[in-house]
Design a protein. Structure first.
Length: 498
């Protein structure tokens, strides 16, 4: 997929002088805050049945939000020099933030509904592993969308030698390419995530509370329906209840998927960045400098894996795995995840699809013991102290637990390619990581008491990217040490016995 994009500006000048945020934020910021407080105002105004103090509280909250937005605009200044990004903000508590430009890992452009109505965006500069959702960080909220795009290019611009490109390389440098984009067929993977069930439960709880407070007469009909279902044969009752839960979870998961990932587009920009854009109500654009990429990670939760789906994340220097800045591909076909991984890493074949080497049978024994023995011990305790049927229920779970242990072993594997160390582990959530061998800065070899008896070790490749360490679990000692030595020649060799 090589769709052309509009050409990027050839040169972007730094913002040397101090600038204010866009004046339209005086409307947008309060609007976004008030939209988030709609349930609170419903509770104060509607449920309060017109009580004066509730109306006054609501007006006071609105006035405080507007005043805070005004103070934020009056006290915030920013500039971008050739060395760093600076921002001054605050009246009572003043903040002076400065981020060296060579520390910038990602640039996140977010536009909530209020931003989009007025053509604005918020810019968040990601500088490393400590950047987590909910922290202030260095955020410019808000600037015009055109200025946000200009600043995105500026912040991620890295000086490089002017080597004339020719042919296809020159065309790509000028226009950029689309690596992947939204496909309606991906919606079938939405029900294979648990987000719909969580969202449906939260929505049901909110609606139930509002209905109860407003004394809306819906519970009597609902009670009659519940009694009718309960009066049916047990099998029919279970089927009706399960069908209702499945329907609600499916609709909820599809809705959540659309809100989060609508308009998804993955592109390689002319400024040597990989950019992900997505979102329905709140649009988000995250750009990662390619020189910071150290690999990719495929994540396959159990239900998604059963439907032959996966989602992908980047492994980026200085950027942890928590949060959403490292999202590369939403839940989609696993073949698409492999294709996208190869395209992002500029490889003909994705290293995540490399055939993996199986681990010893001793690793299988460890997983079966941990899966079965605790349940057998619990069943024995219940048989002694509890009613007779409880231990039978626990015993009935043993086959499922054993199957999970077998799947955990079957998922174990590792491989070494010309450029990447590949490792896979997990069952409920299976993760396959392809880490650049040049990104490995050290090795950690660990063995528990039981691993020593089984002749197994866990080899951990430490890196400045992603999790900070990626593990080859329960591998034979000789094989694990050989892989580590071959992956980064000379790094581990001084510590190996002749």
């Amino acid at each position: 997929m090589t769709t052309e994009l509009p050409a990027a500006p050839e040169h972007v000048e730094p913002v040397v002088d101090w600038h204010r945020l866009d004046v339209r934020m005086l409307i947008v910021r309060p609007l976004n805050e008030l939209l988030g407080l709609v349930p609170v105002f419903v509770g104060l105004l509607v449920l309060g049945k017109g009580e004066t103090w509730r109306i006054l509280v609501s007006l006071g909250v609105i006035a405080a939000i507007v005043l805070f937005g005004l103070l934020r605009w009056l006290t915030t200044r920013y500039r971008i020099t050739t060395e760093q990004v600076e921002m001054h903000t605050g009246l009572v508590v003043r903040k002076r933030l400065a981020v060296p430009r060579d520390r910038i890992r990602t640039v996140d452009l977010t536009a909530k509904l209020g931003h989009r109505l007025f053509g604005l965006s918020a810019i968040r500069v990601g500088t490393g592993q400590r950047d987590q959702p909910g922290e202030d960080g260095l955020t410019l909220d808000a600037v015009s969308s055109a200025e946000a795009e200009r600043l995105r290019v500026l912040l991620l611009t890295i000086a490089k030698a002017e080597v004339p490109a020719t042919g296809a390389a020159a065309e790509e440098e000028r226009t950029g390419v689309v690596l992947s984009q939204w496909d309606n067929r991906w919606l079938r993977y939405a029900p294979l995530t648990l987000s719909g069930l969580v969202a449906a439960g939260a929505l049901f709880g909110f609606v139930a509370n509002v209905v109860r407070e407003l004394d809306i007469e819906v519970f009597d009909p609902m009670s009659e329906a519940v009694h009718w279902v309960a009066a049916q044969p047990l099998g029919l009752t279970i089927a009706l209840f399960g069908g209702a839960v499945l329907l609600i979870a499916t609709l909820g998961s599809v809705l959540v998927y659309v809100v989060q990932f609508w308009g998804y587009r993955l592109t390689r920009e002319p400024d040597d960045t990989v950019r992900v854009r997505r979102g329905l109500l709140t649009t988000r654009s995250v750009s990662v400098a390619e020189q910071r990429l150290r690999g990719v990670e495929l994540v396959e939760p159990l239900l998604l894996r059963a439907g032959r789906g996966a989602h992908a994340k980047t492994v980026t220097t200085g950027l942890g795995r928590k949060g959403e800045s490292n999202l590369l591909l939403p839940p989609a076909p696993v073949a698409e995840a492999h294709r996208v991984s190869a395209a992002v890493l500029r490889q003909e074949e994705s290293p995540t699809g490399t055939p993996l080497r199986r681990h010893p049978v001793a690793a299988l024994r460890r997983r079966m013991v941990r899966a079965v023995v605790p349940l057998l011990a619990l069943a024995a305790v219940l048989a002694w102290f509890a009613p007779s049927w409880t231990w039978q229920v626990v015993l009935a779970l043993v086959p499922f637990s054993a199957a999970l242990g077998w799947d955990r072993y079957r998922s174990l594997g590792h491989a070494l390619t010309d450029r990447y160390l590949v490792a896979r582990a997990g069952s409920a959530i299976r993760e396959t990581v392809a880490l650049q061998r040049t990104g490995v800065i050290g090795w950690r070899v660990s063995r528990s008491f039981f691993q020593r008896r089984a002749g197994l070790v866990t080899i951990s490749a430490t890196t400045a990217a992603g999790d900070g360490a990626y593990h080859v679990i329960d591998v034979a000692e000789a094989d694990g040490l050989a892989v580590a030595d071959e992956a980064v020649p000379g790094l581990l060799r001084p510590f190996l016995e002749p």
